[in-house]
Design a protein around this ligand. Structure first.
Ligand code: UT7
Length: 337
């Protein structure tokens, strides 16, 4: 049997829209307050895309930076995976638009739709291609522009989300490094807890549907909250066990940045102290599939990650879906660290 090859992150990049929307700006739109938003979510501001800023344009920007960071040119890419639920078109896949934009002439491209868990799903899929030796350079992008699909009159959702993109280059690395394990899960019975009801083939968009804002996000927030707190711990422990590691071995925990209270409650439940958690939810809000690669980029570029560190990523979201990766960071091939 062919020996399996570990895959590691050899470059990171991110892109967020310039426009900042503060909680004070949202106070002008709905019955809410900065105090409520900060105490219930930890979010102080978020980035909002311009009409011509899309998942493809933000994703391509992040992708170019990740390639530059890794010192690899786009023509060397074998595959581009874009995790998103707010792609530029219903189809074709947004990864195809990014492939053209960055000039990845030899790359295949497809999207993964797993909402806020999308980046963890995409990283795990990409790892499989490298592990078996089928491919060498894979760009994994998490990008979303949820503010384009919000009902700005619904205070239950409009305070939470922001736009952005993050990208990593995944390439072969040395044994014992890179992605050590992953766990992925789904509970499709809860498909109606969070999502967009209109615009698909079951409920095509109509004038009446538009009046009812069926093209925007609906969510039962407290159900997501309870699910998230439990699944973050369960998924992290499961992935750590597969890597034969424990909570004590984590150097940096990079959770999906949805809500500070969710992250703190999950960390308490696991016995993980706060100084080992990377947090940036206050600046960007919940950027869905982009939140983990944005956080990873900021963590790597601010020196929070060193070669040999054990990183755990964990995502959860619509589907309901969840997933976690355990990564032993190896900067030797890339421009980081
Ligand atoms: O990536 C996954 C995406 N989704 C999520 O991450 C969402 C996870 N859930 C959450 O983050 C929290 O459930 C929320 C932040 C959405 C809500 O916090 P909560 O502590 O669970 O509040 P709640 O839904 O139980 O609502 C408490 C009260 C309600 O008022 P009443 O019925 O008690 O009078 C809401 O109407 O807070 C009210 N409320 C607000 N008040 C001011 C809900 N949204 C707002 C708001 N401003 N923006």
């Amino acid at each position: 049997m062919r020996e399996l090859i570990n895959s590691g992150i050899s470059g990171v990049g991110m892109a967020v829209p310039e426009r900042i929307m503060t909680n004070a700006d949202i106070e002008q739109l709905v019955e809410t307050s900065n105090e409520w938003i900060v105490t219930r979510t930890g979010i102080k501001e978020r980035r909002v895309s311009a009409p011509d800023e899309t998942v493809a344009s933000l994703g391509a920007k992040a992708a170019k930076l990740a390639l530059e960071n890794a010192g690899v040119t786009a023509d060397k890419l074998d595959l581009i995976i874009c995790a998103t639920t707010t792609g530029d078109f219903l189809w074709p896949a947004t990864a195809c638009l990014i492939q053209k934009d960055i000039g990845a002439v030899s790359a295949a491209a497809f999207d993964i739709s797993a909402a806020c868990s999308g980046f963890v799903y995409a990283l795990s899929v990409a790892d499989g291609f490298i592990r078996t030796g089928a491919m060498k350079n894979i760009l994994v992008i998490g990008a979303d522009t949820l503010t384009k699909q919000l009902n700005w009159q619904d205070r239950n959702t409009c305070v939470l989300f922001g736009d952005g993109a993050g990208a990593v280059l995944l390439a072969p690395t040395q044994p014992g490094y890179g992605i050590l394990s992953f766990t992925l899960g789904t509970d499709g019975g809860k498909f109606d807890v969070i999502g967009i009801r209109g615009g698909g083939t079951r409920n095509p968009i109509t004038h009446e549907g538009l009046d009812l804002k069926e093209n925007t996000i609906v969510m039962r927030g407290s159900e997501v909250f309870k699910f998230a707190v439990k699944i973050m711990g369960d998924a992290s422990l499961n992935a750590l066990e597969k890597a034969q590691l424990t909570i004590k071995d984590i150097d940096l925990y990079i959770p999906h940045q949805a809500n500070l209270r969710i992250i703190k409650a999950a960390a308490d439940r696991m016995g993980l102290d706060e100084n080992r958690i990377f947090l940036n939810v206050e600046k960007y809000g919940n950027t869905s599939a982009a939140s983990i690669p944005i956080a990873m980029t900021e963590a790597a570029q601010s020196g929070r990650i060193k070669t040999g560190d054990v990183i755990v990523t964990v995502g959860f979201g619509a589907g309901l879906t969840w997933g976690a990766n355990v990564i032993r960071w190896d900067c030797r091939n890339g421009g980081m660290g």
